[in-house]
Design a protein around this ligand. Sequence first.
Ligand code: GAR
Length: 225
Amino acid sequence: MKSIVILISGRGSNMEALLAAGLPARIAAVIGNRPDAKGLATAAAQDVATAVVDHKAYGTRAEFETALAAEIDRHRPDLVVLAGFMRVLGDDFVRRYQGRMMNIHPSLLPAFPGLHTHRRALEAGVRIHGCTVHFVTPSLDNGPIIIQAAVPVRADDDEKSLAARVLAQEHVIYPQAVRWFVEGRLFLGADGRVLLDGAGIPEGALLVPAPEQSGATLRALAESG
Ligand code: GAR
């Protein structure tokens, strides 16, 4: 059975979704870079080993990442899962876990990398927003895409309502991507392409809004027009 280490910085709802998914994998540890990360308590309450590698305790990013890698490697994970881990990671660290580290980002990448994705999506006036799970490569919020979920942006959305709609989909696609990996079906090819069951384009790797959601959006648009 493959084993996983999950890295978090805060709330940890994606981590919770992974813990609840009944994955055929051992969750070896949840590691936070902030001692007050709420998700650490949630993991501990479910008898999952937790650790803190506090970035503030290190003088440089390289020192922090050396300590973080040592803590991760102690658990010998097959996969490192970034679940709301809000530190930019250096090239050496990323290369160490190349092909076995995933991230989830709250936008349809390559649109809106970085922070405040929901606010920026609303400001840009996009009609479709969503979330992306990708293998991690040295550039920020970039890297070969594994799975995405799209949600409609509604006429009356604010940052909070849009974030909630996207988060619900994050909790669907992250367990799916991790499940494919721990089942030994998902790989990052040498050419940087994502392979699921040996095929170039992962089957079912885009979730789209349920028809009733789209219908509600169209009705809202018609009524507001
Ligand atoms: C999630 O929305 C995740 O996509 C985002 O942080 C949130 C963490 O929530 N990650 C990023 O923005 C990474 N660039 P959670 O702690 O409840 O899972």
